[in-house]
Every structure is written in structure tokens, then in C-alpha cells.
Design a protein around this ligand. Structure first.
Ligand code: NDP
Ligand code: MG
Length: 400
């Protein structure tokens, strides 16, 4: 049993967390759940504690942690309940944690992900926002502390699978990053202001958390993924071509100088990349059905249109501007998406808010964590000012 790996899941109650537990449950001789974390979802974390008996459960919200503790005490559970964001770092860097699933949504993932990298863990990275905010710092920490970084984002996981020699990129001509185009791909521009949160979170092919679903609809998700790919694979942005592929069957491709294009295909189910990262360098069963190629029948590809997807343009512009701009992009996007989900702004306001915040971001890339956090804070303040100016009584003013 010495080879059993202890897994800590940051963001266990989210869609990635739940899929990770599903794969782990298929391999009791390979993996054991060491720690599970959540923010406020007591019921789900309670259920997970009963099913997986982790050594630790962390809830960032203190009241939620107290309630979880009371519920678990009633059933004499051995799980130790901790609270507060600092304990995410404690779990991520704990000596008994072997692998960390980094699946917290948004900037809240940054510090625990860095803690895992600095502790030299296998970091299975789903949270793309932290890499967009701190690409250089994060990759330096991975290399310096000899951590293993395995991307969970299906596109980046596919790219890795299409690079038999990931350390040698001289023969790579292009990385083809696929995108479904989201639920509004075929909508006319004048229809987009009427998009409701329910419509935006209903992704045509993938089941995901609300924030990433809205990001997929605006294609900010693809913009964040372009930046993520630059850092993960150490390539220039002009090496990356975004390809709209509505079927989401090919998860990305790598094009080589001999004319070969390698692609990774599969049903759109995050358990495939999760199993790849857990099992690497071996493949393990994931529970995903085999792809029925005859059922797929055809594969379509389109060029992305920056006018239809202004958020994608903004992500490219931010990346060219530098690290402060990508921090601003991420912060403004998080605030804009939350405001849209609260029905405070329109779907078409999301890029407007982000563009306004980006104008204020200084050029250059912060070298230290403190400066990253300062830029993040400033951009959030700017975003909230934009909201205050453009909304009244928490509702969009239809005057501008
Ligand atoms: P979900 O919204 O489903 O889950 C988010 C998780 O993060 C929950 O466990 C939530 O806890 C926790 N969380 C939220 N806010 C905080 C906070 N402030 N501090 C600590 N924990 C917090 O998201 P997904 O699982 O869909 O996505 C997770 C990450 O993975 C995102 O960064 C996303 O971009 C990325 N990703 C997701 C994919 C997918 O298919 N879902 C694909 C590729 C990448 P609680 O439940 O208590 O709120
Ligand atoms: Mg993705």
C-alpha cells in the first residue's frame, strides 16, 4: 500500500472537484483523499466527508466551518475541520499531501496554488485565473521547487498529450486551441444584450461552474486559455491559433514542421484530463465512455471573429500589454461576470467594463506577489467604480 498517493482537492464541491472524486473512487488502490476544501457549500462537503473520510476538511467561511464541524461531530467523524483561507495553503503544502487538485474558481486559487508549487507537489491545475495573474511567478516556483505541473483544462491537457517530447518544441509550428464558441455562436450581434444568466450558463457541450460557463459564452475563457498556454508551454502568443470547433470533440491540436497535426479527441468529460493527470505517466480508467466516431460523424472548424467575441480581443491585447494588464483583465472579468449573474449588468456590458479597467492598468509585469495583489485590488476597485457609475439601485441604467 506504500504507493497510494494522498490527494488534496482545493475546490472539492465544484464540478472539477466532484469529477476528481469520481475518478479517485475508481482507484482505491492508487489514491486516498487526504483533504477536501470548499468555501460555503456545507451540505456537499458534509456528504463528501462521509463518503471519502478525508483527514482534513477546510471551509474558507468560518461560520460554514463551524456548522460542518457540528454536523460531523454528531456522527463521530474523524475528519478535522479547519477554517480560513490560510488553511488552504496549509493543506496544499502539507507534508502528507502528494497531489493537489487546484480547482478553486478565480483569484482565490492563487495563494494555495503557489503554496502547492513551492512545496514541490504534483499540481493538477484546473484554476486558470491564477496562471493568468501570476504566470511568471507561478512557473518559476514550479521549476525552482521541482513541482510537477499537469494541466487539467481540457485544451492544455490535450496539447500536452499531443507533445510526445514536451521539452523539445523546435519542430512545433502551431498550437491549435479549440473552442466551442459557446451558446451564442450563431446569434446576431443585436440579440446579445438580451442574453439572460440562465442562457449563458447553459453550455452546449460541457457541464461546468457558473463563472467558467459565462466565460465560455463571452469567449473570455478562450482568452484566458491563450494566456495560460503561453505560460504552460513557454511559447509566444503568435504560436497559438484559436479554432472554433462547435462539436467539442477535438480538445486541441499541435501542428509540426513535417506537416503532421496531432489531435486529442474524446467525449467532452473532464474525467479524461483528470485521470490523465492523476495517472501520469500512465493512463488509468476514468469512467468516460469511449468516443463513438460514427456518432460524431463530422468535425467543423471556423475562424473566431473578434467583433462577435470582444473579450477574446481584450485578452490578446492584455497579454501583449504585460502582466499588470492580465491581472486587470482577470479581476475586471470576475467582477463583471458576478454582476451579470446578479442581473446588475447586461451580457454586452461585460467587455465594456473590462475595457475601461484595462485602460488604467500600467504596462510591465510585476515581479513579486505583493505587487500582483496590489494590481488585483486596484483593478477590482476600478471595476466596482464602473459598476457604481453605470448602475443604479443595483440595476443597469439603460441610458449609456
Ligand atoms: P465551480 O464554481 O463549480 O466550483 C468552484 C469551487 O471553488 C467550489 O468548491 C467552491 O466552493 C470553491 N470556491 C469558490 N470561491 C472560493 C473562495 N473564495 N475560496 C475558496 N474556495 C472557493 O467551478 P469549476 O469546478 O467549474 O471550476 C473550477 C476551476 O477550474 C475554475 O478556475 C475553472 O476556470 C477551471 N476549469 C473548469 C473546467 C470545468 O469543466 N468545470 C474546465 C477547465 C478549467 P463552494 O462550493 O463552497 O462555493
Ligand atoms: Mg478549457
Amino acid at each position: 500500500m506504500a504507493n497510494i498517493k494522498n490527494i488534496s482537492i482545493l475546490g472539492a464541491t465544484g464540478t472539477i472537484g466532484v469529477n476528481t472524486l469520481d475518478v479517485i473512487a475508481r482507484h482505491p488502490n492508487k489514491f486516498k483523499v487526504f483533504a477536501l476544501t470548499a468555501n460555503t457549500n456545507i451540505d456537499k462537503l458534509y456528504e463528501q466527508c462521509i463518503a471519502y473520510k478525508p483527514h482534513y476538511a477546510v471551509m474558507v467561511d468560518e461560520n460554514s466551518a463551524e456548522q460542518l464541524q457540528q454536523q460531523l461531530s454528531k456522527i463521530n467523524s474523524d475528519t478535522i475541520v479547519l477554517s480560513g483561507a490560510d488553511n488552504l495553503d496549509f493543506i496544499a503544502s502539507h507534508a502528507e499531501t502528494d497531489y493537489v487538485m487546484a480547482a478553486i474558481v478565480g483569484a482565490a486559487g492563487l495563494l494555495p496554488n503557489l503554496a502547492a508549487a513551492k512545496a514541490g507537489k504534483r499540481v493538477m491545475l484546473a484554476n486558470k485565473e491564477s496562471l493568468v495573474m501570476s504566470g511568471k511567478l507561478f512557473m518559476d516556483a514550479i521549476h525552482e521547487h521541482k513541482a510537477e505541473l499537469l494541466p487539467i483544462d481540457s485544451e492544455h491537457n490535450a496539447i500536452l498529450q499531443c507533445m510526445p517530447d514536451a521539452n523539445n518544441k523546435v519542430n512545433i509550428e502551431k498550437i491549435l486551441l479549440t473552442a466551442s464558441g459557446g451558446p451564442f455562436r450563431t446569434w446576431e450581434a443585436n440579440q446579445l444584450s438580451s442574453v439572460t444568466p440562465d442562457q449563458a450558463v447553459a453550455h452546449p457541450n460541457w457541464e461546468m461552474g457558473k463563472k467558467i460557463s459565462v466565460d465560455s459564452a463571452t469567449m473570455m475563457n478562450k482568452g484566458l486559455e491563450v494566456i495560460e498556454a503561453c505560460w504552460l508551454f513557454d511559447v509566444d502568443v503568435d504560436m497559438i491559433q484559436v479554432v472554433i470547433h462547435p462539436q467539442s470533440t477535438i480538445h486541441s491540436m499541435v501542428s509540426y514542421n513535417d506537416g503532421s497535426v496531432l489531435a486529442q479527441l474524446g467525449n467532452p468529460d473532464m474525467r479524461t484530463p483528470i485521470a490523465y493527470a492523476l495517472g501520469w505517466p500512465e493512463r488509468i480508467v476514468s469512467g468516460v465512455n469511449q468516443l463513438d466516431i460514427f456518432d460524431v460523424a463530422r468535425l467543423d472548424f471556423e475562424q473566431p471573429d473578434f467583433t462577435h467575441y470582444p473579450c477574446l480581443r481584450l485578452a490578446y491585447e492584455a497579454h501583449t500589454q504585460g502582466g499588470n494588464a492580465t491581472i486587470a483583465l482577470n479581476a475586471a472579468n470576475e467582477i463583471a461576470v458576478e454582476a451579470f449573474l446578479r442581473e446588475q449588468i447586461l451580457f454586452t456590458d461585460i467587455p465594456k467594463l473590462i475595457e475601461d479597467v484595462l485602460k488604467d492598468a500600467s504596462s510591465g509585469t510585476p515581479e513579486i506577489l505583493e505587487d500582483i495583489l496590489i494590481q488585483d485590488k486596484l483593478s477590482r476597485e476600478h471595476s466596482n467604480l464602473w459598476l457604481a457609475k453605470n448602475t443604479k439601485n443595483n440595476k443597469r441604467q439603460f441610458i449609456s
